[in-house]
Design a protein around this ligand. Structure first.
Ligand code: ADP
Ligand code: MG
Length: 152
């Protein structure tokens, strides 16, 4: 199941991110995919607002994962700099993936082989300077309902 929607400016992407942050529950996993500058971090920042995270969410530059406190914890991964899957062993990633928070994983396709079985994949495609196509793919019925709720 995949559903795509276009956003015509950053504000629209943020509205979508925040709404998803409002809807998610503990243990939900979100995989973000898209080129540099597509809007993954923009989406994540708004998602965090929906989760009631008060701290400003930034791209974790020197760490692979950053934890934030919100309505439920947010575990924000950015695995862009991963060159070898073995580097993931340096962090207790399973404690995050199967922990009590919500995981957002930027560049998730780079660690495909260790991802949890079920998640929502959010693929952000650059269309033009202010337009993005955002595609949501759900791997199971629970996530499918969540995506339907998000886009209705
Ligand atoms: P990524 O994390 O995918 O590398 P960022 O979120 O850091 O990307 O950057 C996205 C950039 O694109 C931001 O500068 C943002 O203002 C801009 N932008 C323009 N239009 C949009 C849009 N419709 N949705 C999201 N970001 C947009
Ligand atoms: Mg980013």
């Amino acid at each position: 199941m995949m559903k795509c929607i276009k956003t015509f400016n950053e504000k629209e992407t943020k509205a979508l991110g925040k709404k998803l942050g409002d809807l998610v529950k503990a243990k939900d996993v979100l995989c973000l995919v898209g080129d540099l500058g597509a809007g993954k971090t923009t989406f994540t920042k708004a998602f965090a607002i929906g989760l009631e995270v008060e701290e400003d969410v930034t791209s974790p530059t020197f760490t692979i994962v950053q934890e934030y406190q919100g309505r439920i914890p947010l575990y924000h991964f950015d695995v862009y700099r991963i060159e070898n899957i073995d580097q993931m062993e340096d962090i207790p990633y399973e404690e995050y993936f199967y922990g009590d928070g919500v995981c957002v994983i930027e560049w998730a396709h780079l660690i495909e082989e260790i991802l949890p079985k079920d998640y929502i994949k959010v693929q952000i495609n650059y269309v033009d300077i202010e337009t993005r196509e955002i595609c949501f793919e759900a791997t199971n019925g629970y996530y499918k309902k969540l995506v339907e709720e998000l886009l209705k």
